[in-house]
Design a protein around this ligand. Structure first.
Ligand SMILES: [Zn+2]
Length: 169
């Protein structure tokens, strides 16, 4: 159940609404990917443009999510593609994890051709600000839950390879 109002409606509209700007996704081992991102204190117009461009980037790259540190901006901002919407979450915090964790292979735009089997909670409750700075609480399940956990990891400098014992941090 996603009842998040901070949403860019239908996928097609997004492309028309926004002036496209190509963001460069940084890749491992760029050390910015290992930094802890900072909370957004005040959401500026610049942040909103950034979010729109991040959404355009996932559309173009056919990705499911993206975090600001992946484009070299150390702010706690993520975007997530769900079946129907694109979500933008600012300062997201997981306040509840429910059920068991299940394993699934994940990839990452910053680690091309790397896939790691990762345990994630099936259902979570997330608190975040929307683009207007209004606090929202959402409950997400399944793939969306998984993507949000992946993207929040990025805000803390955690990458999918950290779940693989073959790679050391
Ligand atoms: Zn990633």
């Amino acid at each position: 159940m996603i009842n998040f109002k901070n949403i860019f409606k239908k996928k097609q509209k997004v492309v028309k609404l926004i002036k496209l700007e190509n963001l460069r996704v940084i890749s491992y081992p760029n050390n910015l990917l290992r930094k802890k991102s900072k909370e957004v204190k005040k959401i500026t117009e610049e942040d909103r443009v950034l979010i729109k461009n991040m959404i355009n980037t996932i559309i173009k790259q056919k990705a499911l999510g993206l975090s600001a540190p992946q484009i070299g901006i150390l702010k706690r901002i993520i975007v997530v593609a769900t079946k129907k919407y694109y979500l933008a979450l600012i300062n997201p915090v997981i306040t509840k994890k429910e059920g068991k964790q299940d394993f699934e292979k994940e990839g990452c735009l910053s680690l091309p051709n790397v896939y790691v089997n990762i345990p994630r909670y099936k259902e979570i409750i997330v608190e975040a600000l929307d683009i207007k700075g209004i606090k929202k609480v959402i409950r997400v399940k399944g793939l969306t839950s998984r993507i949000i956990q992946h993207e929040i990891n990025h805000l803390d400098g955690i990458l999918i390879i950290d779940y693989n014992k073959k790679f050391k941090r």
